[in-house]
Design a protein around this ligand. Structure first.
Ligand code: DGY
Length: 321
């Protein structure tokens, strides 16, 4: 019987996922949960058959080129694959998989939290209470934006976008969206389709981003497009920081053109532009869209299912390259 494949595991994973890895593979775990530098990661990959990274392990073309020939698959523990140069992997014949579907509910929950946190000034309120600076109640105190019945716009109506839209319907919101290919009427469930981002934006009291970060979507939401939103709109980003021009976003928040923003993702995270900390009307979370025990287990099982299929000679369900 051949030796079990060696899998380099990028970060510390949930106990149940690590147990399955240990049962079926020869894993190289990261018990201290360090973010490996490129040289360390490449050294660990010597003689390995597979790599299971998170989005915190960056695999641009230059790193893919240096992976040992033994590595045949990159089974991501993430749905987003913007940290991997897919063309470079394909060029070297390395399979790449991701973990779609299993984190849609958890991420949609965080999108709702970002929407409500921004609209109802939750960050400001929490800071005030914790600092012991809450002095009184008055009709003018902490007045925010009511979201019930407002228009909820989605850029990228894929799996997470559709679940988020469903949750927004619970607030009687009218759903607007844009997507490369229009959904069929059953999936649309009454949502109003706009052919372009520019067509969509004037219809969004709340705009929620759910498209992947690709060369085409980097800085998609720039100053010109932000200006197309109705005055006092709210931005929610649980997708990727790269999609938003952060300087333009900060300018729109400072001028009041945007009432608020709720962000779970940032350019260069976890090293957030400190200018955000000076802006009161932005609600900030630390990339926790998929952070529930249930979802983190499910992501691991999905990544393992992909590895199992690959090493059994079958097509992995979630192959993206
Ligand atoms: C994902 O899976 O892409 C989440 O952002 C966490 O990495």
């Amino acid at each position: 019987m051949p030796d079990k494949p060696v899998v380099v595991v990028g970060r510390k994973l949930p106990a149940a996922v690590e147990a399955r890895l240990k049962r079926d593979y020869r894993p190289k775990f990261n018990p201290e949960d360090r973010v490996y530098g490129t040289d360390k990661l490449l050294a660990l990959c010597e003689g390995a058959d597979a790599l299971m990274p998170c989005h915190t392990e960056h695999l641009p073309a230059g790193v893919i080129a240096r992976l040992p020939d033994s590595v045949k698959i990159i089974a991501n523990y993430s749905v987003g694959v913007d940290h991997v140069d897919l063309a470079a992997a394909k060029g070297r014949g390395i399979a790449v998989t991701n973990t779609p579907d299993v984190l849609s509910d958890a991420t949609a929950e965080i999108a709702m939290l970002c929407m409500l946190g921004a609209a109802r000034r939750a960050g400001e309120g929490e800071r005030l209470v914790r600092a012991g600076e809450w002095k009184s109640w008055s009709p003018a105190f902490m007045v925010g934006t009511q979201i019930t019945g407002k228009r909820f716009g989605v850029i990228g109506m894929g799996r997470v976008g559709q679940v988020t839209a469903r949750r927004a319907r619970g607030f009687d919101m009218e759903i607007h969206y844009t997507k490369r290919n229009r959904l069929d009427p059953a999936q649309e469930a009454g949502a109003i389709y706009h052919e372009t981002v520019e067509d969509l934006l004037p219809h969004c009291d709340i705009l929620s981003l759910h498209c992947p970060a690709t060369p085409q979507t980097v800085n998609l939401l720039n100053a010109e497009r932000l200006a197309l939103l109705p005055p006092g709109a709210i931005l929610v980003n649980t997708a990727r920081g790269a999609i938003v021009d952060e300087a333009a976003l900060m300018a729109a928040l400072r001028s009041g053109q945007l009432a608020a923003a709720g962000l779970d993702v940032y350019k260069g995270e976890p090293h957030i532009d400190p200018a955000f900390f000076e802006i009161e009307n932005v609600f900030l979370l630390p990339h926790i869209g998929s952070a529930t025990a249930q979802t983190r287990d499910a992501m691991g099982y999905r990544a393992l299912d992909n590895l199992d299929a690959f090493f059994a000679g079958r097509a992995p369900r979630d192959r993206v390259a």
